[in-house]
Design a protein around this ligand. Structure first.
Ligand code: FDA
Length: 309
């Protein structure tokens, strides 16, 4: 718990980010969880997954941009990526995931409108390439704005997916509001430091809330995207899907690149739809520290990589 808190704090530290980013040996730790720095690396990872019968959602790494030009760069990276996916004939195997703070949210009074506009541009490009976009969920302070953006952009782009976190107490109400027929809803536990005022702080409560929300989602007409590596929750998802008569193409499991690849493979072999979240780009620091905080066992792996062993 202490290590988890230290790593969550580290994920916020600009000085530590600068130090780690300058350390070439950190690459070994990064490579396990990040597909590479360039769009071609992400496309290659998608091709590998497709060859194994799996789908992907690609995240251009970066969050909390500090300037509208950075938000524009991030948006253009997605437009380029979608073009590459279409050129490679892989748009049927991959969609993209976008963090609103990477494309403008948080940039003052105009940030929300800028992020909505940029996500709409990405959604238009995705439709042209014949694929979809999912709007990632971020820290608790951004949730209300992200859901406003989601509802606004979804009006014109019905394929737009959203993410809900079982850690947050508000999520039950949010699920009722988003889960319309056909809506793509990714349910995860939540990757950000919990605030006791708004979130469940005990793992058990986060997991219990996940099951409650998942039951509701599976009973709804929405399209459930079950984002977890938790063996118990994966099993429960399979049971709930069967009980509710959801066929193979009516829901999917989602896991992160480099996390439980054996389980990803097993589910795909059983005939389930599995989508792997593939992050790429040079700005991997915040993403990596969140992965380490979730599973401190990975810290030993990261330290060994840093030590060159
Ligand atoms: P948790 O971390 O609680 O682990 C439960 C159990 O799973 C462990 O006890 C172990 O058995 C198994 N397990 C977990 N990691 C393992 C590993 N590395 N190796 C072996 N076993 C492991 N969050 C967010 O806030 N916003 C978002 O938009 C997203 N998007 C997203 C997309 C996808 C596809 C995924 C999979 C996850 C996210 N997340 C997210 C992250 C999510 O909120 C959460 O932080 C992580 O998935 C970790 O939670 P788990 O449900 O995997 O279980």
């Amino acid at each position: 718990m202490v290590l988890r808190h230290a790593l969550m704090t580290a994920s916020e530290s600009g000085r530590l980010r600068a130090f780690v980013s300058r350390t070439p040996a950190a690459r070994g730790a990064v490579d396990r969880f990040v597909a590479g720095e360039h769009a071609e690396d992400a496309v290659r990872a998608v091709a590998d997954l497709a060859a194994q019968g799996m789908l992907a959602t690609i995240d251009h790494l970066g969050e909390r941009t500090l300037h509208p030009l950075q938000a524009e760069d991030a948006t253009r990276s997605y437009l380029v990526l979608l073009g590459r996916l279409a050129d490679a004939g892989l748009a049927g195997s991959a969609e993209v995931s976008v963090k609103p703070t990477a494309v403008g949210l948080g940039l003052g009074a105009e940030g929300e409108a800028l992020a909505a506009d940029n996500i709409a541009r990405i959604a238009t490009a995705a439709e042209r390439a014949d694929t979809t976009v999912t709007v990632d969920m971020e820290d608790a302070g951004s949730v209300a704005a992200i859901l406003r953006i989601y509802h606004q952009v979804r009006d014109d782009h019905p394929g737009l997916g959203c993410v809900l976190q079982s850690a947050l107490r508000r999520t039950e109400g949010d699920l009722v509001a988003v889960a319309r027929p056909g809506t793509r809803v990714r349910l995860c536990k939540g990757a950000y430091a919990p605030d006791p005022g708004t979130a469940h702080t005990r793992r058990h409560d986060v997991d219990t809330a996940y099951v409650r929300l998942l039951r509701w989602l599976m009973e709804s007409q929405a399209y459930p995207m079950v984002a977890t590596h938790d063996p118990r929750l994966i099993k429960i998802a399979g049971i709930l899907a069967a009980v509710n008569g959801k066929g193979r193409t009516e829901f999917e499991y989602q896991m992160l690149y480099g996390v439980r690849p054996d389980e990803q493979w097993r589910l795909a072999q059983e005939g389930a739809q599995v989508r792997v979240y593939v992050p790429y780009g040079p700005d991997w620091y915040g993403y990596l520290t969140r992965r380490l905080a979730e599973r401190p066992a990975n810290v030993g792996f990261a330290l060994r990589s840093l030590a060159g062993r």
